[in-house]
Write a protein that binds this ligand. Sequence first.
Ligand SMILES: *[C@@H]1O[C@H](CO)[C@@H](O)[C@H](O)[C@H]1NC(C)=O
Ligand SMILES: *[C@@H]1O[C@H](CO)[C@@H](O)[C@H](O)[C@H]1NC(C)=O
Length: 428
Amino acid sequence: MMTYHFHRAKLALLAVVLIQFTVRCAVADELDLVYQWTQLGSESETGQRDIQFGTETSNNGEQFNAYGNLPMGVSHHKGRLFVTVPRRRPGIPATLAVIDMRSTTGVNNPPLDGYPNFLINRLHPEYAADSRRIVSVYRTKVDSCDRLWFVDTGYLEYPDNPRQVQRPSLWVMNLNTNRRVQRFEIPEEMVEFGYGIPSITIDVEPDRCEDAYAYIPDYQWRNLYVYGLAQNRMWRFNHNFLSFEPRFGRFNVAGLQFVWNDGVFSLAIGRWDEITKERPVYLHAMASISEIVVPNSVLKNETLARSGEDYNERFRHLGPRGPNTQASGHAFDEKTGVLFYAEVNRNAIGCWNSATEFHPENHGIVHLDNKEMIYPADVTIDNDGMMWVISNRLPIWIYSRLNVNEYNYRIWRQMPARAINGTICMRN
Ligand SMILES: *[C@@H]1O[C@H](CO)[C@@H](O)[C@H](O)[C@H]1NC(C)=O
Ligand SMILES: *[C@@H]1O[C@H](CO)[C@@H](O)[C@H](O)[C@H]1NC(C)=O
């Protein structure tokens, strides 16, 4: 009797598991793989060494170093993917690279080109400063006015020989002409060094392109810099909520344990509120599982920023996202109202529907993969509403050693409405 019941219970459990599995498969549209690399500039399928990214050696005499070329950020605009390769090792031909998807066939090891060209990415002999060149970029953003925005940290993070080549600067490129339309040097009074700037977020309405603001987090100094394009000025916010949470600095990725203390890392702009006439700006630190919110009218107000503590109450702790939800980037999808997180501590893309209460129970997962999505380093949403993700196994690269015969770097995409299908983020 005991055995019979036990078996029945087991069978019932199996049935439930099978049904759940089937239901999940029927609705959940995980992210699609777009490209993957073993190494940048590695042998392609045809056995041809990729010329564009493989043989550029004239970077101050540095030799091309495939292992040192770790891709970090991704953004998309009309068939072109912008991929960044921060200069953390010598031997990087282009810190800002582009993939023309129309002339790229296949998924494996597609070639990269320098953007806007290799020359502008090149380092001078003796690392001489040059305001026309780009030194090191972490992540980019395409705005609704066909412009590419990024911060050149100006900083070479070479382990044996770190150096600030030039002041960190904000760049704006016109993507229709591939010309630079703005370059703004981040003043010393904002920050001394550029190496803590991991991302940038643009606040602009498509019909008012000149009235744009860039929100720039600094995880090292735990500051937030705001640049007003119309004003051509920059101001700074300082707040305890821009810091890390000491209890959530432990990471466990691909069997590697480490402790980070990175502060504010990413900002995402939410839905327009008809009543308050402003948008919420969501932000979080890397070593944290909390989300903070501040109205964009506060960030845009230079007077307020310079007033010191007057804005202290305007930054609000929205709440915790749940265990192990430490995230690098996040992005807000206007159409579904869903915020997507690149969750580095559980190799996942997480989600929260902004129409629901901010609560761990209202947070879901749209994609989780402990092998192929190790360390999602960036998530962006393009002007057609497509979500793009890059994963790069960064902790293995830093604390262990990548297997260069495996695929290590991957770019993914999915439409948000399909990604959230069947998850808790679908409601409304
Ligand atoms: C969600 O999944 C259901 C069931 O598979 C499907 O019929 C529907 O078209 C999907 N919706 C979207 C937006 O993908
Ligand atoms: C900016 O903040 C200052 C100081 O709080 C306030 O007086 C002013 O009205 C604000 N400006 C705007 C445009 O909201």
